[in-house]
Design a protein around this ligand. Structure first.
Ligand SMILES: Cc1cc2nc3c(=O)[nH]c(=O)nc-3n(C[C@H](O)[C@H](O)[C@H](O)COP(=O)(O)OP(=O)(O)OC[C@H]3O[C@@H](n4cnc5c(N)ncnc54)[C@H](O)[C@@H]3O)c2cc1C
Length: 386
């Protein structure tokens, strides 16, 4: 087997890196994951993730973790309402969607990011993840790599996988192509104990998701674990808005005043989101990898997930692509169908780029629709005929 007696280092304990670690360990391969988070209790930011049957769930199935997932996904959190800026409901699938429909291509169960990380972590051999390891650079050594960290001594590995997300520090060792700004920025907020702190929004949400569209701007929100609600104000603006807006993201009143000014037609129903959120809000300019990116495969270094193909979140494919990358990379490295590591990596990366660029295109197109004049109509059509 190509990886016999080889040490594998994965940088990044996101869903992609951890899924790969699990799948490689199942084949008996010596695998470590280096993660900059301080320890396993670090808070994982961001919206819940909906996993798709042929990608995210397929990887979990292969990893033997589907039953565990079924015990921990958020029942009903995939139910959607589409509203306008006045919170009038134009679409809801709350009364028709089954709680559970595993195996159906349109069933996309939601799971909290922290819970998904915990499921994957607990399935790994003890000490697989080396926490508090902030990767900084690579140095070629003895046919493999010496990994350097900001805060710990270097480690040797025969093969390195960059699973370190959108601002990957591994990626520049493989390609100099860079992500471009998609034109959209999302301002993220989180509400703790929403039933108490934001009762009106909590009742409106019904434990599911809301997408509200009005005048080329969006509000997107969803149920998170532990009674929390996550939300995003999503709008088109210049790339450096986060810095140039002049907003103090730790000041709720400033951010609420900004919302009132920039979303003037929107109902005061939405103000509770901003009044109840914990600070700071997080501005997220949304980037996308070039759709035609390509590079020469290396024999001992590969990319997966956002490090390879960050894309806007408007098709819900990012995490699914990352986990499918892990599945396909592990199969190419351990399945016996390739003669060399370089061949295995080249085969995986060629397919991965093609598949991810189709998803990225879909995400970009959805992003355009969702921020267009007719967003409400277009999205209603989209959800009525999935
Ligand atoms: C606003 C927003 C909303 C989104 N919503 C969705 C959605 O609804 N559905 C969906 O599928 N996707 C969504 N995504 C995308 C999704 O979050 C990513 O595609 C997914 O997390 C990628 O997984 P990954 O494992 O490749 O990387 P990540 O999840 O980014 O994990 C990378 C890991 O590497 C670690 N790391 C980074 N740098 C270093 C370093 N130098 N040294 C050591 N460790 C390092 C990080 O701490 C992290 O743990 C969204 C993204 C954004 C920005």
């Amino acid at each position: 087997m190509l990886l016999q007696n080889k040490k594998i280092a994965i940088v990044g304990a996101g869903p992609g890196g951890l899924t790969l670690a699990k799948l490689l360990q199942m084949k008996g391969i010596d695998t470590k994951v280096y993660e900059r988070d301080f320890d396993k209790n670090a808070r994982v930011q961001g919206s819940p993730l909906d996993l798709h049957d042929d990608s995210g769930l397929a990887a979990l199935r292969k990893a033997g973790l589907l039953e565990e997932f079924k015990q921990h996904f958020m029942v009903g959190a995939d139910r959607m309402q589409i509203m306008d800026e006045h919170a009038r409901i134009f679409f809801s699938d709350h009364d028709e969607k089954p709680e559970e429909d595993f195996g159906h291509e349109h069933f996309r169960p939601e799971i909290d990011r922290g819970v998904l990380r915990k499921i994957l972590l607990e399935s790994l051999a003890p000490e697989t993840v080396v926490w508090n390891s902030h990767f900084s650079s690579l140095e070629a050594q003895n046919g493999g790599w010496l990994l350097h960290f900001k805060n710990r001594p270097p480690e040797y590995a025969d093969m390195v996988i960059g699973a370190d997300g959108a601002n990957s520090k591994i990626r520049p060792y493989i390609t100099d192509s860079k992500a471009f700004y998609s034109g959209v920025t999302m301002l993220e907020g989180v509400i703790y104990q929403a039933s108490k702190t934001a009762p009106k929004i909590n009742a409106l949400l019904r434990g599911g998701k809301i997408m509200a569209f009005g005048n080329k701007k969006d509000l997107l929100m969803g149920q998170k674990a532990n009674g929390e609600i996550g939300f995003y104000a999503s709008f088109k603006t210049e790339e450096n808005w986060a810095v140039n807006s002049g907003l103090d993201y730790a000041d709720k009143q400033q951010v609420l005043a900004w919302f009132k000014k920039e979303y003037p037609e929107w109902s005061s129903v939405w103000h509770e989101l901003f009044e109840s959120a914990v600070v700071p809000f997080i501005p997220r300019p949304i980037y996308c990898m070039p759709l035609d990116q390509t590079w020469e495969a290396l024999p001992n270094l590969a990319l997966l997930g956002d490090a390879a193909h960050v894309m806007p979140p408007f098709a819900g494919e990012g995490v699914n692509m990352a986990m499918l990358d892990a599945l396909e990379l592990s199969e190419n490295l351990t399945g016996g169908q390739h003669n060399t590591m370089e061949e295995a990596i080249a085969y995986y990366e060629t397919n991965m780029r093609k598949r991810a660029s189709q998803s990225a295109l879909e995400s970009l197109e959805n992003g355009e629709r969702m921020h267009s004049e007719k967003a409400l109509d277009v999205m209603l059509g989209f959800f009525s005929n999935p």
